[in-house]
Design a binder for this molecule. Structure first.
Ligand SMILES: NC(=O)c1ccc[n+]([C@@H]2O[C@H](COP(=O)([O-])OP(=O)(O)OC[C@H]3O[C@@H](n4cnc5c(N)ncnc54)[C@H](O)[C@@H]3O)[C@@H](O)[C@H]2O)c1
Length: 359
């Protein structure tokens, strides 16, 4: 049993992190929950206790919580701009950390988090839960077994709608200090999947961002990029929160010399095309859409992370893996700012984008 705590009991904390603790109750003991808004932490504690008949303690100060309780690992589900501070505070107190995406908003902060976990012998995991979607796992097996032959290019698109009500729910959204724009918030998952399938080693990024239709936020509502990989493959990324009048889909398409796969649905949860020699369909072609774009991947992701902590192996998505998509999105921002392609490695922070759209 791993003694666990959740810091940040907002939308994702209360919906997906509590659910992941409930469904993994055979290996996770949720000792405490924390939110600066006490009623949110209380609500999370009650949802958990209704299912598991044990009530986690409620805190509004995570340092106090970590000093008072016997906790081995924490999940950090606060707003993105706080991940670095909260995660490093926890690691300095010798806690293993599972951090929501994006793990931080600058290359410097991500590198410091990765180094701190290594130096202190702790596990750092990142919530890219879509890697656990059943169709994505099937695709990955084909990539690993060489089923595509050479992969030429891949395309990832996120075509969703985020309106004024969405941004009104939380003032941190759509700010360079705490969030980033649609690429950093809505498109990190699919960017991660694209990079994972194309070999993980980005060489150069050429990007463009726009704020077409959200004059009440500071960040982009559209982004596009050409991503060149060290192995010669090319990735094309398209992300928008402007789709009229509701979410359309999130898609990943892979084109290789011996195979073509398109995974779509609301959130890359459904195989649309599966074409290899002697294989023209796949049983996962008609999977239902999940209830929300968050999908159901937090449950297996938590299980993997907890097993990593208890056995000493690395989590499936560790800090180095979690950094790749964020760094690529930072490269798109830097490329838009400078008007030039960005070669890896480089340093950048969302803070350098402040005022880009004169907001
Ligand atoms: N993996 C996913 O699919 C997914 C989906 C949604 C959100 N997220 C990420 O999760 C994070 C939270 O998003 P959200 O939509 O739940 O936001 P939210 O605003 O609903 O929740 C954040 C919560 O953190 C609390 N908080 C702030 N500072 C705190 C502190 N010092 N200590 C304790 N609690 C604190 C806030 O009071 C709030 O309740 C973001 O980084 C977001 O990008 C990930």
């Amino acid at each position: 049993m791993l003694n666990f705590a959740i810091i940040g009991c907002g939308r994702i904390g209360t919906k997906k992190h509590i659910q992941a603790c409930i469904e993994n109750a055979d290996i996770i003991n949720l000792v405490a929950v924390c939110d600066i808004k006490k009623e949110k932490a209380e609500q999370a504690s009650q949802i958990y206790s209704a299912a598991v008949t044990k009530k986690p303690s409620v805190y509004t100060d995570y340092i106090k919580m970590l000093e008072s309780e016997n906790i081995q690992a924490v999940a950090v589900a606060t707003e993105s701009g706080l991940h670095y501070q909260v995660a490093t505070d926890c690691m300095y107190m010798d806690k293993n950390v599972l951090v929501e995406k994006p793990m931080a908003l600058s290359t410097e902060h991500m590198d410091k988090m990765i180094k701190l976990a290594k130096d202190r012998g702790l596990k750092l995991g990142v919530c890219f839960q879509n890697r656990f979607n059943a169709p994505i796992q099937e695709l990955r097996k084909k990539v690993e077994s060489g089923g595509f032959g050479r992969i030429f290019h891949a395309q990832a698109s996120v075509r969703w709608n985020r309106n004024r009500d969405y941004y009104k729910q939380a003032s941190w959204r759509g700010t360079w200090e705490m969030d980033g724009g649609t690429l950093m918030n809505q498109c990190t998952h699919n960017t991660d999947l694209l990079i994972w399938m194309l070999g993980g080693e980005v060489e150069e990024v050429n990007g463009v961002i726009r704020n077409f239709n959200h004059d009440y936020i500071s960040t982009e509502d559209f982004g596009g990029a050409v991503i060149k990989f060290k192995n010669g493959s090319v990735g094309i990324l398209e992300g928008t929160s402007n789709v009229y009048e509701k979410n359309l889909d999130e898609k990943l398409s892979i084109f290789g010399e011996n195979g073509t796969v398109v995974i779509g649905g609301l959130a890359v949860n459904k195989i649309e095309t599966w074409r290899f020699e002697n294989e023209n369909s796949h049983p996962f072609q008609n999977l239902p859409d999940p209830d929300t774009v968050y999908g159901n991947g937090h449950v297996p992701l938590y299980r993997d992370f907890c097993e990593a902590v208890t056995t000493g192996r690395e989590p499936f998505i560790n800090g180095e893996e979690g950094k790749k998509a964020v760094q690529t999105i930072l490269a798109i921002y830097k490329s838009s700012l400078t008007g030039s392609p960005v070669k890896f490695p480089f340093d950048f922070s969302t803070l350098e984008m402040k005022g880009y759209f004169n907001k």
